[in-house]
Design a protein around this ligand. Structure first.
Ligand SMILES: Cc1cc2nc3c(=O)[nH]c(=O)nc-3n(C[C@H](O)[C@H](O)[C@H](O)COP(=O)(O)O)c2cc1C
Length: 375
């Protein structure tokens, strides 16, 4: 069987340079184990888990696969310190952590010492440079077309910018779903691809059918757009009546939604009033407006309504634009195998063959793409 070995597969110990990214309430133990068992590398979405939920999820992945896997978290979640300790306790199996707002250099040092790779996701060049300064081992870039919170630079621009600026392996995310995309990313010089939406839209996805229907039905990339209405930061979502109401509602309505969501979220996580107050003050110091701070509490509750409770019209639907070109929910193993097979075919088509190539595609003057990425 031909291989797609890259520095990423070497570091993560997986067969294919295909990463399943963390998605709140979506990237659970079942999805991660399915990914890792199929030769990819999966990240558990711990940013939306309580410490007990994460402990159980890690145990479930450990039981379901021999492969190593990753954990995603954010420093601003209330149980960040406990998540870090849990990861370190499981360092024999947790090979990498991913994060947006990441830990300090000291904590990154602890991860590295335990053999846990630090693999932040960035949406802008300057964040990539900062992350590497702090000790990142691998950088995932997420182009603007990606799902969830996202920046404004498209993948095709951000990827070469970051590749030129850092020496660590770079993984490309934002808009990937096929072997063509993987081959293209490798040709850019990336070490692999990472995908959220493609894995959300699989048979193993925990998202209720009523909500998945919306992801399958959307056909126009323009209907999957970035909005700041949920938590003040640009987040890419499938357009729905709820989002429109939120956007048109004006300040008062948004403040009302923010306050009630903040309260519900507090009940869900057991977040203390003290923590809410500290978050509020910290955000004020960093220059965020008070309303934005409260809006930040919106996202989890609004996403949960659609992604967990199966009420797509009463919450928001985070999604990459790539959902517009995906119209089925195959098994994770099929997704990974078909991407690997197609990538190998595309890469082979770029390599001059002894007999003249027939048909479309292939640059006859082009040499092998990279040593690591050719079969
Ligand atoms: C439903 C959903 C939830 C997400 N939740 C998180 C999260 O909890 N943490 C995180 O770092 N990224 C999160 N993301 C971003 C993804 O991890 C990933 O970077 C992005 O989906 C890649 O773009 P793609 O959807 O085009 O593949 C989320 C994305 C989606 C679609």
């Amino acid at each position: 069987v031909a291989e797609l070995r890259t520095p990423l597969t070497e570091l993560l110990g997986c067969r294919y340079p295909i990463v399943q990214t963390a998605m709140g309430w979506v990237a659970d133990a079942k999805l991660v184990a399915a990914t890792s068992n199929a030769g990819g590398f999966g990240f558990l979405a711990a940013a939306t888990m309580s410490t007990d939920e994460l402990r159980k999820a890690i145990a479930d992945v450990r039981a379901a696969t021999d492969a190593r896997f990753g954990v995603n978290f954010h420093m601003f979640q209330p149980n960040a310190a406990e998540v870090i300790e849990l990861v370190l306790e499981n360092a024999d199996r947790v090979r990498a952590v991913s994060y947006g707002r990441g830990p300090d250099a000291k904590t990154i040092g602890r991860f590295k010492q335990a053999g846990v790779l630090c693999m932040p996701t960035v949406g802008a060049l300057k964040h990539a440079q900062k992350a590497v300064e702090l000790g990142a081992d691998i950088i995932t870039i997420q182009g603007a077309e990606g799902g969830g919170h996202t920046g404004s630079v498209p993948t095709t621009l951000l990827l070469p910018q970051v590749l030129d600026a850092v020496k660590v392996p770079v993984v490309a995310a934002g808009g990937f779903h096929s072997g063509r995309g993987l081959a293209a990313a490798l040709a850019f010089g990336a070490s692999g691809i990472a995908m959220g939406t493609r894995f959300l839209m699989t048979a193993e996805s925990p998202v209720p059918a009523s909500t998945l229907e919306r992801y399958v039905a959307v056909r126009e990339p323009s209907q999957i757009r970035a909005s700041t209405a949920v938590d003040g930061m640009p987040q890419r979502m499938i357009d729905n009546p709820f989002l429109l109401r939120l956007e048109r509602g004006g300040l008062l309505r948004r403040l009302f939604v923010a306050l009630s969501s903040a309260w519900q979220w507090r009940a869900h996580t057991g977040m203390s009033v003290m923590h809410m107050l500290r978050t509020f003050i910290a955000a004020l110091r960093e220059g965020d407006s008070a309303i934005q701070t409260m809006m930040a509490a919106n996202a989890p509750v609004l996403i949960q309504r659609a992604m967990v409770e199966g009420r797509p019209d009463e919450g928001v639907l985070p999604s990459g634009q790539v959902a517009a070109v995906i119209d089925s929910l195959p098994r994770v193993a099929e997704v990974i195998e078909s991407i690997a097979t197609e990538a190998l075919a595309r890469l082979a088509a770029l390599t001059p063959s002894p007999s003249p190539a027939s048909g479309r595609g292939g640059l006859e003057s082009a040499g092998p793409v990279t040593d690591e990425s050719t079969p």
